[in-house]
Design a binder for this molecule. Sequence first.
Ligand code: PLP
Length: 456
Amino acid sequence: MLANTRTDARFDLIVRDASHVWHPYTQMQTAPPPLPIVRAQGVYLYTQDGRRLLDGISSWWVNIHGHSHPKLNEALAAQARKLEHVLFAGCTHLPAVELAERLTDLLPGGLTRVFYSDNGSTAVEVALKIACQYWLNRGEPERRNFIALRHAYHGDTVGTMSTSEDSSFTRPFAPLLFPVARAQSPYCYRCPLGLERATCGVACLDDLQRLLREGDGAIAAVLVEPMLQGAGGMIVWPVEFLSGVRRLCEQYGTLMIADEVLTGFGRTGRMFACEHAGVRPDMICLSKALTAGYLPMAATVTTEPVYEAFLSDDRRKTFFHGHSYSANPLGCAVALASLELFRTENVLERVRALEQQLRSRLEPLRALPHVGDVRVIGGVGIVELVQDKQARAAGGYLDRVGPLLAAEFLRRGLLLRPLGNVVYFMPPYVISDQETAWALDQIAQALETWRWPEPC
Ligand code: PLP
């Protein structure tokens, strides 16, 4: 461990007495105090009290090229010297235009119009609003319902909570949420139909078809997290389910929205997860790794036909949505520099090598008594723990296993935040083979000696 020699009395004070800060998701009085991070480099975070922690969750899935990357730092500083920010209604700037060009070059063909916002939730919220008004502008106002999937997570705003699965995240806000039809998701380990993947023929897709049929021309869009449903349990899809969603959206003439807030920019081994099935959604939502973990920024990208439905001198057809920091030039500049790194540094090859390493080291863990399932996709390795393998019993997101294991990993110098009984490792792509091997050793050793906690 590298000792951090910085002594900052004020920082000490803030950390010891964090009374003015309201941290997300951690208001339990028994929760450990927040980690006081003073700097970060590559895959490591450094704490005020001298610890070095491997960032095994890419700082909530945003970091891809490592912390404090010299090229990204330089792009940020250079842009700050030119133009730090300007409103994006009635003004424009080169970083936004260039980024839109680069994104549309990289995205599946036909996704040509980029709408900027601030974060993953707003990227999805924008898509929902565009879909709703698109049908209105086209004279089909009855198309205003949405279909989302079981286990979905799309964000913490009211619209995105409505489309997310009913959970502890959304329940207190139930009176605010609008109704959304919910189709089965292909959670093969806990197959909703009790089938085996080898022979099921993705029969769970029939549920989406049923909802589209029953929706009877009133469905504005189907919203999915392609290939990897994240916060809902790190569920990896069979590719056939994704192609099936696209096919059904076409068959029933509705829009398909791909929420690639988590999966975009290489996380699943392809630049965008939709590429696994060669599908082009009508809208794609991007954020998180868009700026490689530097700045909050998002883009909702759609097609010409959708954009054209808003082009009118009739102001009622205007998409009245905008944020103070839409298309922030600093975010755009870092995003451009990040995309340049993809081009110059074989980033996707590195993710694929990481995938192989994750597979070969995690698969053997299936033999452990509490390991129910192992899933790997791109740079994400997932171990689903169960109390007993036969019943596959576990407590979901609120399972006490999560915080207990997080504390154990932290003791070992590895920052992970299991989703209850689902442990996952999702490091920045710059992680070396040795660092990955070390992190996977910690996970394996912790799970080998793991005893399921007694009920409180
Ligand atoms: N969509 C997906 C698939 C996500 O995983 C997340 C966040 O984890 C969001 C949307 C919301 O993003 P944000 O936290 O930036 O609002």
